[in-house]
Design a protein around this ligand. Structure first.
Ligand code: 5GP
Length: 132
């Protein structure tokens, strides 16, 4: 059965899309721990990130870097943190977490409330700033 993230890529489940190319896709995490918390995934569905073939893994990191740089430039955090856990959704993904203050909690599960309107606004800000 297709993962929930494959369904998002295929448009079967809605998302706040950030960026996409032939092999990778980025969208806002539905349970953000910071405004702009983004997930970057390969379109190829593989559960464990370190089971990805070398080319796909390297491409994923390169794409994630482009998205992170775009978050840096458009939302102006101190920097963008990276977490890879992958225990909930069996489709490899990189969490990009904008860090706005020195003592901001940066841990998965530290969910914050963001309205749908603000999620859409943030997605618009990042996606409009993104270029390959
Ligand atoms: P992990 O597998 O690394 O623990 O985290 C999976 C992440 O996927 C969680 O942060 C969770 O909020 C996010 N997530 C789970 N289902 C959905 C979904 O349907 N849409 C979006 N945008 N994010 C999701």
């Amino acid at each position: 059965m297709a993962s929930i993230f494959t369904k998002i890529i295929n448009g079967e489940i809605p998302c706040y899309k950030i960026a996409e190319n032939e092999h990778y896709f980025a969208f806002l995490d539905i349970n953000p721990i910071a405004e702009g918390h983004t997930l970057v995934i390969p379109k190829k569905e593989v559960d464990y990130i370190f089971d990805l073939d070398e080319e796909t893994l390297q491409g994923l990191i390169t794409f994630a870097k482009k998205v992170a740089r775009t978050i840096d430039g458009s939302l102006n955090p101190i920097r963008t943190g990276v977490i890879v856990e992958g225990l909930e959704v069996p489709h490899a993904h990189v969490h990009l977490i904008p860090i706005y203050t020195e003592h901001q909690p940066v841990a998965l599960g530290h969910k914050i409330e963001v309205t749908k309107e603000r999620m859409a606004e943030i997605a618009g800000i990042i996606s409009e700033a993104f270029s390959e």
